[in-house]
Design a protein around this ligand. Structure first.
Ligand SMILES: [Zn+2]
Length: 185
């Protein structure tokens, strides 16, 4: 959603761009406004997945204010991944400036190093994947996001702890489905 606003270059997009380039997180009220608009859309009627949100306790509180009056049932999926793994993964990310294709130097490398398979463009490191920005994001995570889990537990949300390492996205998705089926919520 943030990237869509960035790409559209609207007022919100420009606000977001300034914050992201400095490695900070977008203000809670802004994000919450976007989420509220989005979950009102028709494709969210049967349910929806919030990925990377809420990121702060204040966002979690605001989110509760959106969900409770709508009687929306929730499951919180907590993917457990080691910091060092996250850092090396982000450090290996590359993007094609022409077609937007994403690569990873470790797990999804292009055929020719640093060159897009589709159009031969030289791959780039996205601004928000630069090491100094990643370090800022991890600090922001530690201060702002880590307490969210504690808050959600205390507020009575159902939480699924899922091992997020050492497997393909498909396998991890299956772990989540299985945990829900087994009623571990
Ligand atoms: Zn490309």
């Amino acid at each position: 959603m943030l990237r869509a606003h960035l790409a559209a270059g609207d007022k919100l997009g420009k606000e977001i761009a300034a914050v992201m380039q400095s490695g900070g997180l977008v203000p809670d009220e802004t994000v919450n406004r976007m989420v509220e608009e989005r979950i009102e859309e028709a494709d969210c009627k049967e349910g929806f997945l919030l990925d990377g949100f809420p990121r702060t306790v204040s966002q979690a509180v605001l989110l509760g204010g959106l969900l409770t009056p709508r009687h929306i049932q929730t499951v919180v999926v907590h993917l457990k991944v080691d910091y060092n793994v996250v850092i090396s993964r982000i450090a290996g990310r590359r993007q094609c400036p022409t077609c937007g294709a994403l690569y990873s130097v470790t797990s999804n490398a292009p055929t020719v190093s640093e060159v897009c398979d589709y159009d031969g463009s030289k791959l780039i490191v996205r601004d928000d994947d630069r090491p100094e920005v990643v370090e800022q994001r991890l600090k922001a995570y530690e201060v702002q996001t880590a307490p969210v889990l504690a808050y959600l537990k205390q507020a009575g949300y159902s939480i699924l702890d899922i091992e997020g390492e050492g497997a393909s996205p498909q396998v991890i998705a299956r772990r989540i489905e299985k945990a829900i089926e087994e009623g571990r919520v």
